[in-house]
Design a protein around this ligand. Structure first.
Ligand SMILES: Cc1cc2nc3c(=O)[nH]c(=O)nc-3n(C[C@H](O)[C@H](O)[C@H](O)COP(=O)(O)O)c2cc1C
Length: 197
């Protein structure tokens, strides 16, 4: 199990529930977790989760392994390559943040932290959410993939016959754990069970 923190970057694409589940799963395994949330993600959080992101933060902050930095806090430790981390996941990853990263832009703490992962060759996992995709979206993801990022679209495994959103989200979180090299720390309910008969 990693003692270095995993960074969870939450951007303003649809899919706040996946960010919630990712942070919850990391904390359930006592993995040090740093959450960064863009301003747009806060709007989506309110819309999709029906609660203010700050209220969720209060809940997470009860866990000793949890840390949060404001999106403009460019002096936070995760902004520096000298601060060791186990990598970062952008979940969900907006096309805006993906485009910024692919262009080498790092104008907020979330983008800077992801840029640091790229330059330090640390795991960077992107969970893009947009449909349909145009050529620039695809090109940006290709650019980042060629730089070492792992692109994990949040697509259901239909062969597992998911019963609802929770099953789909658990599957995506499991893929995130694998992409981050944390499969040994994956919560039991996210282990592959095989298709239902
Ligand atoms: C309710 C809502 C849903 C959105 N869904 C998406 C989406 O699925 N994918 C996406 O790329 N942008 C989506 N957006 C637009 C982004 O929030 C917008 O491009 C924003 O600038 C992203 O900023 P960020 O990358 O700093 O988080 C959505 C916006 C709102 C308000």
């Amino acid at each position: 199990m990693t003692t270095k923190p995993v960074i969870v970057g939450i951007t303003g694409a649809s899919g706040a529930v996946m960010a919630r589940a990712t942070v919850d799963a990391l904390l359930r395994r006592d993995i040090p977790t740093v959450a960064l949330c863009s301003n747009a993600a806060r709007l989506v959080w309110q819309e999709e989760m029906g609660e203010n992101f700050n209220d969720t933060l209060v809940e997470w902050q009860e866990h000793p392994s949890f840390t949060h930095y404001p999106i403009n806090d460019l002096r936070a430790p995760v902004a520096s390559g000298t601060y060791p981390t186990a990598g970062m996941v952008l979940v969900p990853a907006s096309m805006n943040s993906i485009a910024s990263l692919a262009g080498g832009l790092s104008g907020n703490l979330l983008l800077r932290s992801a840029d640091v992962c790229l330059k330090e060759r640390r795991p960077l996992v992107l969970v893009p959410r947009e449909t349909p995709l145009h050529s620039i979206h695809l090109k940006n993801m290709l650019t980042l993939s060629r730089m070492g990022a792992v692109v994990v679209p949040p697509e259901p495994a239909f062969y597992l016959k998911p019963k609802g959103i929770e099953d789909i989200v658990n599957f995506v979180v499991a893929r995130i754990f694998v992409a981050l090299g944390l499969e040994d720390s994956m919560p039991d309910e996210m282990q592959y069970q095989g298709p239902e008969e």
